[in-house]
Write a protein that binds this ligand. Structure first.
Ligand SMILES: NC(=O)c1ccc[n+]([C@@H]2O[C@H](COP(=O)([O-])OP(=O)(O)OC[C@H]3O[C@@H](n4cnc5c(N)ncnc54)[C@H](OP(=O)(O)O)[C@@H]3O)[C@@H](O)[C@H]2O)c1
Length: 281
């Protein structure tokens, strides 16, 4: 069996779980609250100890769900949250982080990301991230939805080289980053966090995925996630509220895709032939 605790390395050398738990759409409904908390706790019990959330999700509601799920076990969780671009000024980032910490019932966020680029200069957001780091309120900072040219610009900002991750849309049906952004991140040792790793469920009816899943006694989601996790430095953060889905996603860590599987997947989901602008959801 493959280790349940497969990891990716941050530029600092710290190992983080390569398979985590997403939280978009959580914290929006009272009726689903208990199931969402339970799904996150189940994921943590199964070793998926990286949780991805954001101030945007459920307008803070997802962070409250996360707080409940991690109560009593904060130290075993690698917690990721994000600041909205409209809050990402020098001062706004500091106050947004304080609000997130309060909702998350914790004194620190392990990785704090700029959710996507807005109108504030990257230099201001990075300066705020550095201040939060000095205060011990965040341990690492990173970005999300930044394409190669944005990463170039970030690299020229004072302190920009300390970026610890880029979270982008990546799955079998969204392979554009394989042309440029992914190899670039891999060259520089920057982890890529693949969001919407099963394309919000839309991938799972695909006949090729079903056929490969049958061969491995796995599920289509397990195959889609194993395809992402085969690459070093790639972190996948599927969101699941249904407990069976949490188990199926965890099982992706036990799938070893063969060369034949990979060739079939390339035929069904062709890799990019040239540069493509970064897609977002
Ligand atoms: N940085 C960004 O801009 C950005 C953008 C999008 C997402 N994200 C992050 O990435 C996370 C994941 O992306 P996502 O939520 O958009 O989509 P996703 O993880 O690709 O898909 C989630 C959907 O798939 C279902 N699902 C999960 N596991 C399944 C399984 N094994 N079998 C069948 N269905 C399954 C879930 O259903 P149930 O919930 O009913 O189980 C849910 O409807 C988000 O939650 C968020 O944390 C970041």
């Amino acid at each position: 069996m493959t280790s349940a605790f497969r990891t990716a390395l941050l530029p600092s050398g710290e190992a983080v779980p390569a398979l985590g738990l997403g939280t978009w759409n959580m914290g929006e409904s009272r009726a689903r609250h208990d199931a969402e908390v339970a799904a996150l706790r189940l994921g943590l019990d199964l070793g998926l100890t990286l949780i991805d959330t954001a101030e945007m999700y459920g307008s803070g509601g997802a962070e409250r769900v996360v707080a409940e799920a991690i109560a009593g076990r904060r130290d075993s969780v690698f917690l990721v949250s994000k600041v909205l671009p409209q809050n990402a000024s020098r001062k706004g980032t500091l106050t947004a982080c304080e609000r997130s910490l309060k909702r998350l019932h914790t004194d620190r966020i392990d990785l704090y990301l700029l959710h996507w680029r807005g109108s504030y200069p990257l230099a201001d957001t990075v300066a705020a991230f550095e201040e939060l780091q000095r205060a011990g309120k965040i341990r690492h900072w990173g970005v999300s939805n930044l394409d190669s040219d944005d990463m170039d610009e970030l690299g020229r900002v004072p302190g920009g080289g300390a970026c610890a991750a880029n979270q982008v849309l990546h799955n079998l049906s969204r392979r554009g980053i394989e042309h440029d952004l992914l190899p670039r991140c891999q060259r520089t040792g920057l982890p890529v966090m693949a969001y919407s790793p099963i394309e919000q469920g839309r991938l799972l009816k695909h006949a090729t995925l079903k056929a490969i899943a049958a061969r491995h006694q796995a599920t289509p989601a397990g195959i889609a996630l194993a395809w992402l996790l085969r690459r070093p430095g790639v972190i996948a953060i599927p969101k699941a509220t249904n407990p069976q889905h949490v188990h199926d996603n965890r099982a992706a860590l036990d799938v070893a895709l063969t060369e034949t599987d990979l060739a079939e997947l390339d035929r069904a989901f062709p890799p990019p032939k040239g540069p493509r602008p970064l897609e977002m959801l």
